[in-house]
Design a protein around this ligand. Sequence first.
Ligand code: IPE
Ligand code: IPE
Ligand code: MG
Length: 243
Amino acid sequence: MAAEKKERQPGDNIPRHIAIILDGNGRWAKRRGLPRTAGHAVGAETFRKIATYCKNIGVEYLTVYAFSTENWKRPEGEVKTIMRLLNKYLQEAIDTMERDKIRMKIFGDLAALTEEQRELVRRTDEISQRYEGFQANICLNYGGRDEIVHAARRYAADLAAGKAEGELTEEQFGAYLYSAGIPDPDLLIRPGGEQRISNFLLWQCAYAEFYFTDVLWPDFSPQELDKAIAEFQRRDRRYGKVK
Ligand code: IPE
Ligand code: IPE
Ligand code: MG
């Protein structure tokens, strides 16, 4: 395993913030003659390994897309299993957070979650406040458009209540998003072979570097992440300017 502890060095150009669309769980399972949900269980383990690896190599933020606002349209049985896995995962994550001093945030519309899930989210928030350093963000019932609309509504409410003034800037608007205070992703990785954004971090990925791979998420490994980072390091980020 490549996962030894490395200190982040100035100039080593490790992305500060990596975003990943966790895709390909269903196909991974199907290829093995297993139910799709078996792929989600292995995918959750892969997330744990990759999060630890990111922390070890000096990535500061890892944001993963685990369940979209559109994923509710899947068969009821699959949605139920994903939600069950999620509860188990959140409970285990709380223990890991305490042990490894990891911060974790949930991005998404939590109103659609159960009271038990919302309580788990509150506990992750509480624990996160105790620590500094690496932060994992899990997008749950998340949609990029939904996030922007929610932010716009909250801004409008603040404006009506006299809590916001002046001309709205991009920076001020960013503070209404789930990602408030977090730098934009430098690198967006999509395993699973599709080359689309599927409503993920639409605002935040304005200048992210995109990396696509056919490897399915449950097979994704630290070595695959190293490949994505090596490709990222060869990119020339111009932000609209001329070099
Ligand atoms: C991603 O894997 C996990 C979720 C969207 C919840 P998929 O379930 O989309 O797997 P594929 O794309 O069908 O293989
Ligand atoms: C994107 O994957 C959403 C998540 C990984 C949570 P999907 O499998 O839902 O995306 P599409 O349907 O292929 O665009
Ligand atoms: Mg998919």
